[in-house]
Every structure is written in structure tokens, then in C-alpha cells.
Design a protein around this ligand. Sequence first.
Ligand SMILES: O=C(O)CCC(=O)C(=O)O
Ligand SMILES: [Fe+2]
Length: 460
Amino acid sequence: NMEIIHPRPFEVIRDVPGLGRHVPIVVRLERGLSVPHGAHLEVAVRSGGYSDIWLYDVPPTPHKSVHKHAFCPTRSDASECRAKAQRPAADRHPTQQVVIDDSIILKQGFHELTFRLVTPAGVPLTERQTHILLTPRHTDDEQGGSPPLPSSHLRSLAKHRQWKEAHHRSEEEAALEDKKALIAAQYQPLHEQLRHFDYERDISADLRGALSSGSNEAVMAALQPVEGASDVYYIPEVLTPTFRRLITEELSHAYQQQSGQLNFTRPNTMNNYGFVLEELGMREWLDGLMTSVVRPLASAAFPDWGGSSLDSHHAFTIAYSAKEDIHLDKHMDLSEVTLNICLGDETFTGGKVYFKGQRDHPHEKDEKARQPSVAHLPGGALLHVGQHWHGAHPLESGRRQNLVFWARSSKFRSSPAETFLVAFRDAHNGHSDHDGFGALDEGMRPGEGDGGQKGSKDEL
Ligand SMILES: O=C(O)CCC(=O)C(=O)O
Ligand SMILES: [Fe+2]
């Protein structure tokens, strides 16, 4: 009962400098659909990490007068909108076709659009979903570098990718799960009680207080925005001193076992020192941290990055010292949201965490952008989007140990926009079998950059 037509499918109609692309979209309502007075059309656009909703007033007599009639964006200038609505009677035609052409501004890329016709009382009458891919029309001589892939190619890549995810990923994950379980079964912990998450023992009273209210405002009040770094928060204390003492003792114990026959997995592809916490028997503890702390924080701070649907994790410790890793190169995490907690069993200097641009960020997505570095104090934590370029400056003295929690959302990952972006990146990199989650900026090509190692961490 609602049909969505792209007048010139998959093509950029008009560029709005600095903002993105301006695309007319035609919506045709089925004949006989009875639209109550005061109904409105809701258009939700989802793309990568961002989403937006536009509301359009539906004209009072949609059955008679909506041929090429611009729906009025409720946010825009009403007089201009009314002027558009006044069409001579001769021009009216009962096709119920609506052109939305004046406020949907889309970025280049893959978008999911949901159209809902809603009654004045908020009851949805009908709903349709569609996908739109915007590719630039210009070719390499205008932009430099390789020309964009044809959209048909990209769409089939995205489909292929979706299929592959469904059939392949689960096997890899199962193998990884098996290995973690095998090592966990052999590992003899020092502190048995660390297997179980104990909210009072492990989480600082201040943070528990903020979380217990259940309101987003109270949760956000516990997060200190890092000035100058978009979407990065510092939390002065997440883990209690008691828990930090227990875990650092456990980690020393695990290091002793490492020289023995236990073949621990390294924390990720970039850090060489530390442990995958599930291998130390802490699966249940990690699930507790996810449910009670990470998901509530992320749903308040990063709803656009799947914060409220986080459903799996990869959690590990890392260690920096003269004998271990010294610094960490610029990277993005294999996560939607990362909570990085400093354990700090020894004093240290140096080793600040720095940030650069964030994928899809409207203002600051440049991977070379300079954002402030953060001195991570023992007990303190950084909460950030996984797809935000970051790294750690060299440690100058002492030893620094952190507990890093990469939280993922399968819902977010399997969304059309994400699936497309991964396929797009693979296509540009000339391979398709890497499951990492690198930068997907249109300007990024392999070999570019500031000389530092770049890429994505990938524990597989
Ligand atoms: O050294 C740090 O605190 C950064 C760690 C990090 O970015 C990671 O492990 O993903
Ligand atoms: Fe990281």
C-alpha cells in the first residue's frame, strides 16, 4: 500500500557542498488508502552509525491533490511549504504521488530508509523500508585515485558479504570459543571468586549510584566528556580497589603459568602481552560486567553505535613496560563500543591514550585529526566508540596494565549499512577475506597515512 520510487535510482542528483547529497524520493500511496486528517509521514534514515528522523505533514486531502506535491517538512519554513502546496486544480491528479525533495540530505554511501504513515494519534498505518546507495557521478580525473565501483557491483558484494557472515563467521567464532573454553578448563585460578561477578565488590559505589537510577541523565552525569575529543568519555572509577588487587594478583599468577604448558591466546593482533580473560575462567564475570555496566553506559552514550543492543564481547588485559609492549600504534577496535580500564598495579609515567577521527563522524572523521591525549589513572576508564582512531603513546617508566572490554552488537553489525561498508572497504583494498573492521572513509586507500601502522585489530 505504499510504493517508494527513486526517480533516478542510485545516482546523486545534486551536491550540497560540505553537507552531502540532496536526493528527491518519490512515495506513492496506494489508491483507496484512507489517510486521516493530520496524519504524517515519518522518514527514518539509518546509515552506518548515524540515524535521523524527518516528519512530513500529509496534506488534508491526499486522495485528490498529492500529485507531485511536496510534503511539508515540519521543521522547515511553513510559508514556503504552503506555496508549494498551492497547485492549480488542473494539475491535480489522483495518483497520490508524493515527492520528497527538500530536506533529506544524505551522505555518500549506503542508507536504510523507513517510511511510515502515522495517524495523528501515532498509530502506524503502513510502513515500507528501502535501501539507497549513493555513489558520486564524477570520475577519477575530478577526484584523483581509483574511480568508484559501479553500484551494481557494490550491491552484489554486500549481498555476498551478508551470506558469508551468516555461513562462515559462526564457524570461526565456534573455533575460537572452543579454544577459550579448553584453556579455561585447564587453567587453575589463584582467586576462584573472580569467576563470578559481584556488583558490590567489583564496581565502585559512585558508578553503581549513577547506574541504579536508570535514567540516561544520571548515567551521562557519571561520564566526563574528554574535552576536544568527540564522543570520548572518562570515568574516574569503574572497578573497586578490591577487585583491582584481586585481578592484578590473578594476572601475575597467570604469567607464571604461561611459562608452563598453557598455550594462552594473545590479547589481540597488536598487543603482545596480556590475557584473554575468558581463558582465565572469567566468562561469567565478563557477562556480568556487560549486563550491569557496559551496556547501560553505552546505551546512554552511544545509541547510534548499537549501544543498547550490545550482545557479545572480547575482553583482555594488556601490559606495557620496558620488558613488554612500549606503545600501541594507531588503530580502530573490533568493537562497537570499548571500555578501557586502567588497572595500574605499579606506578608509571607516559603511556597516554590519544584519539584521532571517528568513522562516519559528521565533523571529525579524519584519521589524522589531532584530538587530546588522556592520562589514564589507575581505576579510571575510557569509554569510546570502537571505530574511533586511537593508540597509546610510549610508556616512559614503570608498568601499565589495563583491562580492555570490546563490546559488539550483532544487530548493528548485520545492518545493511554496516554490511555494505565492509564490502566496500574490501573491494577498495582488493581482497575480500579479511574480517577486520578497518576505516571505511572514502579517502582512505592502502598505503596512505602518516607512516604509523594502521589497520584494525582483529583477534582471529
Ligand atoms: O593502551 C591503551 O590503553 C589502549 C588499548 C587499546 O586501544 C586496545 O587494546 O584496543
Ligand atoms: Fe583500542
